[in-house]
Design a protein around this ligand. Structure first.
Ligand SMILES: Nc1ncnc2c1ncn2[C@@H]1O[C@H](COP(=O)(O)OP(=O)(O)OP(=O)(O)O)[C@@H](O)[C@H]1O
Ligand SMILES: [Mg+2]
Length: 467
């Protein structure tokens, strides 16, 4: 069932129940109030009559005409009265009781004997119901007479009947009007949802560059549209990232393959000296090494993406780690006369994976050496500011343009300056670094100007602050 129908039905049902309960309560209260008013008026009349009779000294009871002329309030047309003797027989009754006798009931008599008044209802066939009050007249503790005043409930019945008809007619009308209003409002409220659905269908069928154009209202619909656009944006970004990644990866793998094919073709063209074959095979081996490194790194990154790479979480003394890498790097730098020095190295313990942290630092130091000029200097330092560990690698090499500071962490991205500077490198190192830093709940910062050198700083939480 469409939401609009369901909303309207729910709304209609709730409203119908409320109206029904309201009407029943209203009807019951009105009926009760009307009856109370009748009772009150009966009681007043009876009290007046009793008081007048008492003033006259009760006796002797005269005939009807005389009584009526003395107490005109007893002859009001809408009421009749009777006076009974203590035995329950009628002594006097007003002339407006026409059709039949209205005898005193047993209960009324008993109550009167006990000195109490009583209200009763009586019903005779083909007549509106009657309401009666029976009030005793006592003299020195003895029951002298019983005055009964009665009235027809006809007008009350009519009023109630009219009220009932009004309710029966008005409620369905009110309900119908409200349902129509509800239907209209539900339709209006849901119209933007329809719009979003249509737009979403268009986006699903076509390109991901489309966005929903929605009013900037900050209501539920506005938020839905914003969330939807956000989601499409992220999908778009990750799809294009995947496309880029695939094309980059193929490209990176094709280059060594092309080199290998070219050299092999060339050497096979005619018989060669053994030396030539050897040198081609050696060159091929280099390319194969390069390719398997790329494939290894890609495999590692994709496993990392899928959450399949688990890290240790143990306290790691960074000081000795830095010293180890320094030693390793000093050796690597000898060929190109690059000096690797230690700056300030404080004692720092972080929580994490020793091997991955080594890999991280080595990647940064390798980059620093790779992108330094011959005879350059690379500095490693480790600071502890009480809250975080700051591990920095500084070089004075080719530097990175501002615009590229973010992109160097993307897979396969290499700056043009870097490509011109050295052929070595695939652009995966920093992506792996970023991943390692991320899993250690740290961050990596780059400070660099083109041609001025770079500083990469890894900020890691200290061991006590991660606990
Ligand atoms: N210290 C640095 N100085 C200048 N540019 C740098 C430095 N470190 C990184 N870059 C730039 O960032 C790019 C990405 O670095 P990354 O380490 O990911 O790749 P790579 O060193 O080129 O290849 P590899 O995958 O072998 O590490 C580099 O190609 C280079 O353009
Ligand atoms: Mg690198």
């Amino acid at each position: 069932m469409p939401l609009r129908v369901r909303l309207t039905l729910w709304y209609g049902t709730a409203l119908a129940i409320v109206l029904m309960v309201f009407s029943v309560v209203l009807y019951a209260m009105t009926a009760r109030n009307l009856r109370d008013a009748v009772d009150q008026s009966l009681e007043e009349t009876a009290t007046t009559a009793v008081r007048s009779l008492e003033e006259r000294g009760f006796l002797p009871l005269i005939n009807e005409e005389e009584l009526l002329s003395q107490f005109p309030e007893l002859t009001r047309i809408d009421k009749f009265f009777q006076i009974f003797s203590p035995s329950g027989t009628i002594s006097i009754r007003s002339p407006n009781i026409k059709q039949h006798e209205v005898p005193l009931s047993r209960t009324a008599l008993d109550t009167a004997i006990a000195g109490q008044s009583i209200f009763e209802s009586a019903k005779y066939p083909n007549e509106p119901p009657l309401r009666l009050i029976s009030m005793p007249i006592m003299y020195r503790g003895n029951l002298l007479y019983i005055v009964q005043v009665g009235t027809s409930m006809e007008s009350v019945g009519e009023t109630l009947h009219r009220f009932l008809i009004l309710l029966v007619v008005a409620i369905p009308i009110a309900l119908a009007v409200s349902l129509a209003g509800g239907w209209f409002l539900a339709g209006r409220a849901l119209r933007p949802v329809d719009k979003i659905t249509l737009a979403a269908q268009r986006i699903a069928a076509g390109d991901l560059s489309q966005r929903l154009s929605m009013p900037a209202a900050h209501d539920e619909i506005g938020r839905l549209a914003a969330t939807f656009n956000n989601m499409i944006g992220r999908l778009d970004a990750s799809f294009s990232q995947i496309r880029q990644f695939t094309s980059d990866a193929s490209h990176e793998l094709r280059t060594p393959l092309t080199v290998m094919k070219g050299e092999t073709d060339l050497v096979l063209r005619r018989p060669r000296a053994l030396e030539d074959y050897k040198s081609v095979l050696e060159s091929n081996l280099e390319e194969i090494d390069r390719m398997s490194r790329i494939v290894d790194e890609l495999l590692f990154l994709s496993r990392a993406d899928m959450g399949e790479v688990k890290l240790e979480s143990l306290p790691v003394g960074m000081e000795s780690l830095v010293e180890d890498i320094h030693r390793q790097a000093t050796q690597l730098g000898q060929d190109r006369k690059i000096e690797v020095v230690l700056g300030t190295v404080m004692s720092v313990v972080v929580q994490g994976d020793d091997l991955r942290l080594r890999e991280l630092l080595l990647n940064l130091v390798e980059n620093a050496m790779k992108y330094s000029y011959q005879g350059g200097k690379v500095e490693i330092s480790l600071l502890n500011d009480g809250r975080e560990a700051r591990l920095s690698v500084t070089d004075h090499g080719i530097g990175i343009a501002r615009a590229d500071h973010k992109r160097i962490f993307q897979r396969f991205f290499r700056t043009d300056v870097a490509r011109a500077h050295t052929k070595k490198g695939t652009g995966l190192g920093l992506a792996i670094c970023a991943w390692i830093v991320d899993l250690h709940k740290g961050r990596i910062e780059v400070k660099s100007e083109l041609g001025q050198g770079s500083t990469f700083t890894v900020v890691l939480p200290l061991v006590h602050s991660t606990a």
